[in-house]
Ligand binder design. Structure first.
Ligand SMILES: Cc1cc2nc3c(=O)[nH]c(=O)nc-3n(C[C@H](O)[C@H](O)[C@H](O)COP(=O)(O)OP(=O)(O)OC[C@H]3O[C@@H](n4cnc5c(N)ncnc54)[C@H](O)[C@@H]3O)c2cc1C
Length: 484
C-alpha cells in the first residue's frame, strides 16, 4: 500500500455531478473534502480538448438558457460571468460572447441547406400540418400543471408533478404515443427520432413517451437579451462550465485515482480503495462520508459486497456514442444557408456536427467541427462491443462518406481527425425508467454514509441534472453529518 489518506467527505468521480457536489459542500462549510477522478482530467462527458486551431468538446457542448426558477443554476452562471446582470423585469442578461451567435442551425434536406432543424424544404403540406399540431401540443404541455400545482415537465425532473395522469406517459414508448396521437408524418418522425438520438442516444421505440415530451416541454428559459430557445455555448463546449465549477471550490482534487472497492467500517465511516493508475499502486482512503458521482455501471462493482441488491439493478441502459473532431481548412458549401453552429443532415446515421469555433469572432477559414454519432442501430451492448473493435480508418471513412454528400470535395481539407468512443455515453430513458422504482432505489443513501450523485439518477443526461444531483447529494451528506 503506497499511501493512506483520511478525509471527512470523499467524492468519487470528477464529472459535472462530482464537481457540483464539491462546490456545494464548500458552500455548506465542509472544509475537509477530497475528490478523486480516474482520468487525467476532470469533466467526464463534458471534458474538452484543444489544438492550434480551436478548443473543442469531446461530448457535451451546450446549455439552454435556464428557467427563472432554477435558482442554484442561475447563481452558478452569475458567479461564472455567464450572466452579467438583470433587466428591470428581473430577467438575466447573458454574456453576449456565450449566447450562440447567428446563424445557429441548418438542416441539409433534399439537396439544400435550410434554416432550422425542423424539416420544411420539399415537405408536403399534410406533413407540415402534423408538425404544427405537434408543436401546439408541446406548447400546451409547457404550460400544463398537475393536480399538485407543479409543472408537468420540469428541470430538474424531480421537480415535475407527481400527477399520475401525466406520469403514466412514462410507461409507453414515444413511438406508441405518436401512433396513438396520429402523428404519422415521416418528416415529423424523422425529426423526433433525431431529437431522441441527439439528447438520449435512443430511438422513438427505446425512449419513454414522458421523456420524449420532456425534451420539448421542459425548456422554459427566459432572458433579457435572448429568446426562450437560446443556448449558451463555448469552443470547448461544457468544458467551460466544468472549469468554472472546479474554480469555485478549493478542496483538493486527485486525478489518476480509480476507486475500485468500498467497505463500511464496523463502527463509523467508509474505506475506499483506489488505484493510482500512473504509479500502479493502491491508495486507501478513509472517509466519514462518501459521495459517489460515478455511473451505476461502475457503482455495481464498488458496491457488490456492501449492497448487493443495488449492484443487481438491471434497468440502467447506456447509449454508446462516437464523437469526432475534424480540423478543416475549408468547407465546400452546397446550396442554401452557409455554415452554422449546428449542422444536421436529414436521414443520416449521425446527428450532424457543430462548429466548435463558431463563437470565436477572429476565426478564419480554419475550423474544428465536432461530429456526433449515437450508435443506435444495434442493441447498446452489441453496438458497444462493435465500436471497440472498429478501426480508426473505418470510422473515418464512414464520417467522410456522409459529409461528402453535403460537402462534395471536403476530404482533402481535413488535416486532423480525433475520434472518441463513449462506450457508456449517457443513460437512456427507456419506457418505465424515469418514474420506475430502480431510479429511486439507486439514489437512496446507503447506511447514512454513502450518497449518490450521478446524472444517471435523473434518467436524463444533461448538465442541469448532473449539477442538481451533485447539490442534492451534498445536502443529504451534510444533513446527516450535522445530525451527528
Ligand atoms: C456525446 C455526448 C454529448 C453530450 N452533449 C451534451 C450537451 O450538449 N449538453 C448537456 O447538457 N449534456 C450533454 N451530454 C450529457 C453530459 O454527459 C452531462 O451533461 C454531464 O456531463 C454528466 O455528468 P456526470 O457527472 O453525471 O457524469 P460523467 O460525465 O459520467 O462523470 C463521471 C466521472 O466519474 C469518473 N469515474 C468513473 N468511474 C470512476 C472510478 N471508479 N473512480 C474514479 N473516477 C471515476 C469518470 O471518469 C467521470 O469523470 C452529452 C453526453 C455525451 C456522451
Amino acid at each position: 500500500m503506497a499511501e493512506r489518506l483520511t478525509t471527512d467527505v470523499l467524492i468519487i468521480g470528477g464529472g459535472v455531478s462530482g464537481l457540483s457536489a464539491r462546490r456545494w459542500l464548500q458552500r455548506l462549510g465542509v472544509q475537509d473534502v477530497l475528490l478523486v477522478e480516474m482520468d487525467a482530467h476532470t469533466g467526464g462527458n463534458a471534458a474538452c480538448g484543444q489544438n492550434a486551431v480551436s478548443a473543442y468538446p469531446f461530448g457535451a457542448h451546450y446549455l439552454p438558457v435556464p428557467d427563472l426558477r432554477s435558482e442554484e443554476l442561475l447563481q452558478f452562471l452569475r458567479e461564472s460571468d455567464v450572466i452579467t446582470g438583470d433587466d428591470a423585469n428581473k430577467r438575466p442578461i447573458y454574456n453576449d460572447y456565450f449566447l450562440c451567435h447567428d446563424p445557429e442551425e441548418r438542416l441539409f434536406i433534399n439537396g439544400y441547406w435550410q434554416e432550422g432543424l425542423v424539416p420544411e424544404t420539399g415537405v408536403p403540406d399534410s406533413d407540415k400540418q402534423q408538425i404544427s399540431r405537434f408543436f401546439q401540443l408541446v406548447e400546451r404541455y409547457k404550460l400544463a400543471k398537475g393536480s399538485d400545482g407543479l409543472d408537468v415537465f420540469a428541470i430538474p425532473l424531480d421537480r415535475s408533478s407527481t400527477d399520475a395522469q401525466f406520469r403514466q406517459l412514462d410507461t409507453s414508448s414515444f413511438a406508441s404515443y405518436l401512433d396513438k396521437e396520429g402523428f404519422t408524418s415521416p418528416y415529423l418522425r424523422w425529426y423526433l427520432t433525431y431529437c431522441c438520438r441527439d439528447d438520449y442516444g435512443a430511438t422513438l421505440e427505446t425512449t419513454s413517451a414522458w421523456a420524449g415530451i420532456h425534451y420539448f416541454a421542459s425548456r422554459k428559459g427566459q432572458a433579457a437579451n435572448a429568446g426562450a430557445a437560446s443556448v449558451l455555448t463555448w469552443p470547448q463546449g461544457n468544458g467551460f462550465l466544468v472549469d468554472q465549477l472546479r474554480k469555485q471550490a478549493n478542496s483538493p482534487i486527485r486525478q489518476h485515482l480509480l476507486g475500485y472497492d468500498l467497505q463500511l467500517n464496523d463502527t463509523d465511516g467508509v474505506i475506499v480503495k483506489t488505484c493510482d493508475v500512473i504509479a500502479n499502486c493502491t491508495i486507501e482512503i478513509k472517509a466519514r462520508k462518501v459521495i459517489m458521482a460515478t455511473p451505476q455501471f461502475i457503482n455495481k462493482h464498488l458496491l457488490r459486497t456492501v449492497d448487493p441488491e443495488r449492484a443487481a439493478l438491471t434497468g440502467f441502459h447506456y447509449a454508446p456514442w462516437m464523437v469526432a473532431n475534424l480540423t478543416i481548412s475549408g468547407l465546400p458549401q452546397g446550396r442554401g444557408l452557409p455554415l452554422c453552429w449546428d449542422n444536421v443532415l436529414y436521414d443520416t446515421a449521425s446527428v450532424g456536427y457543430i462548429t466548435a469555433n463558431h463563437q470565436d469572432l477572429q476565426s478564419g477559414l480554419q475550423k474544428v467541427i465536432t461530429y456526433y454519432k449515437p450508435l443506435t442501430d444495434l442493441e447498446p451492448d452489441v453496438a458497444r462491443r462493435a465500436a471497440y473493435t472498429t478501426p480508426y480508418e473505418q470510422w473515418l471513412s464512414h464520417i467522410m462518406e456522409e459529409l461528402e454528400v453535403a460537402h462534395p470535395g471536403i476530404t482533402p481539407y481535413v488535416s486532423q481527425a480525433d475520434i472518441w468512443i463513449w462506450g457508456h455515453g449517457m443513460i437512456a430513458p427507456a419506457p418505465g425508467f424515469i418514474w420506475g422504482a430502480e431510479r429511486q432505489r439507486a439514489a437512496q443513501t446507503l447506511a447514512n454514509r454513502v450518497f449518490f450523485a450521478h446524472s444517471d439518477l435523473s434518467g436524463i443526461s444533461i448538465f442541469e441534472e448532473a449539477f442538481y444531483q451533485g447539490i442534492r447529494a451534498a445536502q443529504e451528506a451534510v444533513k446527516v453529518m450535522n445530525n451527528g
